[in-house]
Ligand binder design. Sequence first.
Ligand code: KG4
Ligand code: ZN
Length: 336
Amino acid sequence: MRTLGIETSCDETAIGVVEDGGRLVASIVSSQVQLHAEYGGVVPELASRKHVEAMIPVLDEALSAAGGGLAALDAIAVTYGPGLSGALLVGFNFAKALAYALGLPLVPVNHLEAHVYAAWLHADAADAPDAGPRFPSLALIVSGGHSDVVLMTDHGHYRRLGQTVDDAAGEAFDKVARLLGLGFPGGPAIDRLAAEHGRAKTLKLPRARLDGDYDFSFSGLKTKAGRIVRGEEGDSPEAAELAAAFQESVVDSLVTKALQAAADNGAREIILAGGVAANSELRRVLAERSPVPVVVPPPELCTDNGAMIAACAHHRLAAGDIAPLDLDIDPALKIG
Ligand code: KG4
Ligand code: ZN
């Protein structure tokens, strides 16, 4: 069963090919990062137009990497939300046309759900994760637009336990990176700079809302970082020290809440997913502190890609989830 997955919810034009929901056959990602870096963030209309340009070349590349051409495909999967509406429409309409022309089922995929499925992608049966999903799983989905704590009780069954009440984790990384003049996207830049600083930290930043429920709040931390950068709290530390302290605070909040949610709900594993899951400190600290196995995709599959869309679609299709060809996108779609 070979599925083509198309992803255009934000600033990556991405197409992947996956077999049987897990075997990664091809993953091509055309990033628009350089285009948007000039503006310090994603410009929605430019993103849509770049997707229009990149769509067919990315499809050609994915098909030649996968071999077998269009004739070898069994289903077309596509992100229908959440995301930027203009950007979503490009991939969504392209997928519809492809499914219609090839007479294949069109499988609508929730982008947040797909991030979780990246955890079980593998290049070959030999390096498949040691055990498949161990339900209930606790998924920590942290990206540029979302920070969700989700209990996954089965394929397609989610209960959202917590979320961000203001900025998403990735958004906080991007905003603090901008304060530090590190460019866009900020997450990888802060990750690198914090690593340069090493582990001997003197600056301590507050933790956001660590008691009670499983919600996050990062805007207070971002405001505090801004005050420090502008010298409103005494002598400004080196950028690397602030990057390390900021990252440490975000990671501690994320890990503490995820572990609490996992323990309270008897989770048998924790899945770390979404672009921020590429963060080296988050991966390290979660693995170190978790009493249950942590499943995390390789960094290149944490950020947006088409393979995760195809992987998730396999399970949606098994549940009979085929989109009618007049389905619309859902830019505000949630999980759980
Ligand atoms: O999942 P994703 O590719 O797109 C969305 O669905 O939003 O996530 C992008 C986010 C950006 O905010 C980016 O700064 C962040 O993921 N990110 C990171 C790292 N790599 C990407 N954040 C922290 N550390 C990283 N290494
Ligand atoms: Zn994403």
